[in-house]
Design a protein around this ligand. Sequence first.
Ligand code: F0G
Length: 460
Amino acid sequence: MNKIKAPVEPFRIKTVERIKPIDRRERENVLKQAGYNVFNIPAEKVFIDLLTDSGTSAMSDNQWSGLLIGDESYAGARNYFHLEAAVKEIFCFKHVIPTHQGRAAERILFEALVKKGDFVPNNIHFDTTRANVEVRGARAVDLVIDDAYDPDSIHPFKGNMDVDKLKKFIEKKGVKKIPLVMMTITNNSGGGQPVSIKNIKEVSQVCKQHKIPLFFDACRFAENAYFVKKREKGYEKKSILEIAQEMFSYGQGATMSAKKDALVNIGGFVTVDDDLLAEKLKNLLILSEGFPTYGGLAGRDLEAIARGLEEVLEEDYLEYRVNQVAYLGQLLDEAGVPVFKPVGGHAVYLLADRFLPHIPRHQYPGWALTVALYREAGIRAVEIGGVMFARKDEKTGQEIFPRLELVRLAIPRRVYTSAHLDYVAEAIIDLYRNREKVRGLRIVRESRYLRHFTVRMEEV
Ligand code: F0G
């Protein structure tokens, strides 16, 4: 692989936000009070916050100026029409329904389509899509290619769905039990890995053959399109917009968390072709989100999303974005720190079970690593492993752990410079050298759904 230099930011900084390192004793106290759960730590007590790339983007001057022309009419605000046009240009579906964020789009989509006993295949469901499927009494099924679970395979499109697995699954469960197939681009829970157009096309053919609609979980569609341009034959000369349009042309709709690739702090939408489905979605939207032209957002938010969707297609931005993440991955990899390969679009994923081989799975090595990163360097990362994804065996109550035990260092868009990433890399390399000091944890209190948000822990 070519050596990646720290990318030059294709923007200059007009406003700054103070961040402060806090001393170690205080970090220790903060951890105790937070029940060893980094979600419970006040953000001001974090130095470098890599918890998520969601809703953490820095908006551009163009987006900020758009906020001033927010039309706060209840119905038919001008910003809705701007958003509608921006979404239609990229996604090319007939109906655009704003929601306050991605999971709200998922909730209404699944409420409209999914019933008890159904199955929803995906490459890998993100935790909110999984929860929104399963809360309806249906099963969320992951049919990603096997390579996805091999952290050393450098398959260029590790987010691909296994088309044979999908065919067999449809045969086994029957078309009637599968109301839709989803594709998550990029595949967040599998390391932020892209899906190729070839794969999308093949999945879409299988779906078409069985008359099952194909939907995209499109949070990071622009990063996916950038990888297609760089890695898939025949797309080198196409624009990001053309690639995105082609991706979506193989499906019937998409849910979107605008908090990622629309470069805003809040918002989302669902966009579909089918008129009847759109009507159902709008009725559900009115119940909990709001009138169909604002969907739980202010007019100014809609404007920021519309402008963000234009900016995210800029190739110099995407090149910087993807290379910044790859740069951090490379610094760690060169120092021997176990990282998931290839590095994904929005985050570097540490292989926590290799990083901390002395901590058994039932003492949550990924979680332990997030605690250690905060304790040692004031860095906040997120576990994507046993705490987030373990299932409980219905009979024995024993935990069944997911195959991968990861810690994600998600990079907020346009927020941190390469110097920040150098600091992060140094801290992690240091921690890796002293890894045997890190201890496992046990759960003190947990909730039934999405337990990682609220779980309380203690160190063993
Ligand atoms: N789908 C994917 C692939 C996601 O990564 C997320 C959010 C959602 C759906 C839900 O969107 O947060 O706007 O409701 N991912 C965030 C993350 C939370 O940290 O990866 P939302």
